[in-house]
Design a protein around this ligand. Structure first.
Ligand code: NOJ
Ligand code: MG
Length: 549
């Protein structure tokens, strides 16, 4: 495969960026109330610069009753007092830019909070009013309208409809405190275009679009019907079948209206979709020069621990990128999923695999989204007391995403391990005692630590795959390997005589010989006597060799 000769442009920064997801309430607490805040993010920017990431994606910090961790927004143009003020935001973004870090903010357009003034107005207005038309209010079924208008289920469990005192029902694909907006209403569209401009004017470099596939519902709000196998919830069809409330063709009109807004600002303002579609082909429709720049590739996160599974996902993603003309994204964890250390087997096994997966992901062309704490090798916290769990899905389904949202350990010997200032309150979720050894301070300087592995990998990725500031993502060349092993070369358009990176991952049951791949650069496991000629099971290594491109 040959390298693309397209010149790299600074506004294409996102094409190969490493983006670090900051779950603001769990990252760093500056004011000591036990909840992370924007001043906390600001104070840790040098850590992120030194880690070697290019950008941060901040989860919602807008005014919110926090029913769903801030994904229930009451005011899209203000910072929640828990997280600080607009002045704190401005100070944070100014510092970030000065350090060369870009800022992506989350935008939540599918639904508002029930505390949003629009929803308040809808409740006090009558059925059929203009105020109700900004949401999806309907009469119920049954003799007295006592049954929900259709069979749609909330992603968080239970029916997707809640009845109001005058007898009408409103749609909420998530919690009842998150009413869905009516995106066929021109005021809704105008409002969000203005919200985009508000944050673009404040200097944000991009947006992560929440539930980007959800804003348009099929006309007439038809039942899902009996396409759902008995005993399954509708949400289990996500990513496998088209549901009448997701991935409707008309949703693309919204993004075709947003793109010119982003393009009218200098410096390469981008948008990444959190979207789920039936097939990778349908997901690819969100991406392109007249729509969004990227969509999360959750197939990589969902891949099981086998060479075949990863190979298939990588090949599919690379083929799709070629079609849409934009590099894909790679994600192993986020604030909605069990942390990958635990998914891969937990304990020492899970950590070995997580470290190997990191080297796989960071060697692939395209952009990478890291979730805070993965650089520390944090596992999911599985034993949080139920009464501390805050995920609204917990009460409805028994499943909770709190275990991946435990505040980060930074330093020290006692909880909350430097998450807040000395003398501050306990963190909103407690870290287990084992996290003392996983703190940033505890891992810094230990060459065998996961943190130092990420630091080294990010530095080498930059050096070996981005010569001369190139943002072109380059190509993968699969190399011959033993069964159960993935091996590929990866380079970017570069001057003759440059080197490329070779990544080898052993997902098989036996150690494999890797003496022929080039000069060893990095190994996911602490060096053993046979390193670097043998690669143990559940580990990965990087080599360098002259570019073949
Ligand atoms: C996806 C977000 O990532 C998740 O945390 C949230 O609960 C839902 N969207 C609803 O906004
Ligand atoms: Mg705080």
């Amino acid at each position: 495969m040959s390298f693309s000769s397209a010149p790299s442009r600074p506004e294409d920064w996102w094409k190969s960026a490493v983006v670090y997801q900051v779950y603001v309430r769990s990252f760093a607490d500056d004011d000591g109330d036990g909840i992370g805040d924007l001043a906390g993010v600001r104070s840790r920017l040098p850590y992120l610069r030194d880690l070697g990431v290019d950008a941060l994606w901040l989860t919602p910090f807008y005014r919110s009753p926090m029913v769903d961790g801030g994904y229930d927004v009451a005011d899209y143009r203000d910072v929640d007092p828990t997280f600080g003020t607009l002045t704190d935001f401005d100070a944070m973004i100014t510092d970030a830019h000065a350090l060369g870090l870009r800022i992506i903010v989350d935008i939540v357009p599918n639904h508002t909070s029930d505390a949003h003034p629009w929803f308040g107005a809808a409740l006090t207005s009558s059925p059929g009013s203009a105020e109700r038309d900004r949401y999806l209010f309907r009469d119920g079924r049954g003799a007295d309208g006592e049954l929900p208008p259709n069979d749609w289920e909330s992603i968080f469990g239970g029916p997707a409809w809640t009845r109001v005192p005058d007898g009408q029902w409103y749609l909420h694909l998530f919690d009842p405190a998150q009413p869905d907006l009516n995106w066929r209403h021109p005021e809704v569209r105008a409002e969000f275009e203005d919200v985009l401009r508000f944050w673009l004017d404040r200097g944000v470099d991009g947006f992560r679009i929440d539930v980007a596939h959800g804003m348009i519902k099929a006309n007439g709000l038809p039942d899902v019907g009996d396409s759902v196998p008995a005993g399954q919830r509708q949400v289990e069809l996500l990513g496998r079948a088209r549901l009448p409330y997701f991935d409707q063709d008309e949703v693309h009109e919204i993004y075709r209206a947003w793109r010119p807004i982003l393009d009218s600002y200098p410096g390469g303002r981008m948008a990444v979709a959190e979207a789920w579609a039936e097939t990778p082909q349908r997901l690819a429709r969100y991406v392109g020069p007249d729509e969004l720049h990227q969509a999360f590739n959750f197939d990589f996160l969902d891949a099981t621990w086998s060479a075949d599974s990863f190979r298939k996902v990588v090949d599919t993603a690379l083929a799709e990128s070629a079609i849409v003309g934009a590099p894909t994204t790679w994600v192993l964890s986020n604030h909605d999923k069990q942390r990958h250390v635990t998914r891969y087997g937990d304990g020492a096994l899970g950590l070995r695999r997580a470290r190997a997966a990191a080297l796989l992901m960071l060697a692939l062309p395209g952009s990478v989204y890291l979730y805070q704490g993965e650089e520390l090798g944090l596992p999911e916290v599985l034993d949080l007391p139920d009464e501390l769990r805050q995920d609204p899905a917990f009460r409805r389904t028994g499943e909770s995403r709190d275990g991946c949202r435990v505040p980060l350990p930074w330093s020290g010997d006692v909880p909350p391990y430097g998450f807040g200032p000395a003398g501050g309150g306990p963190a909103w979720l407690p870290a287990p005692p084992t996290w003392r050894a996983l703190s940033v301070a505890a891992q810094t300087g230990n060459p065998d630590s996961t943190l130092e592995l990420y630091r080294a990998a990010l530095r080498l990725r930059r050096e070996h795959t981005a010569p001369a500031g190139s943002t072109e993502p380059g190509q993968v060349t699969w190399l011959e390997s033993e069964p159960g092993v993935l091996a590929f070369g990866f380079g970017r358009p570069a001057a003759a005589g440059s080197t490329e990176l070779v990544c080898v991952v052993n997902l098989g049951a036996e150690p494999v010989a890797v003496g022929n791949y080039g000069t060893p650069l990095l190994h996911s496991q602490p060096a053993g006597p046979d390193t670097p000629t043998t690669l143990p099971t559940d580990s990965a290594a990087w080599f360098t060799r002259p570019a073949t491109g």
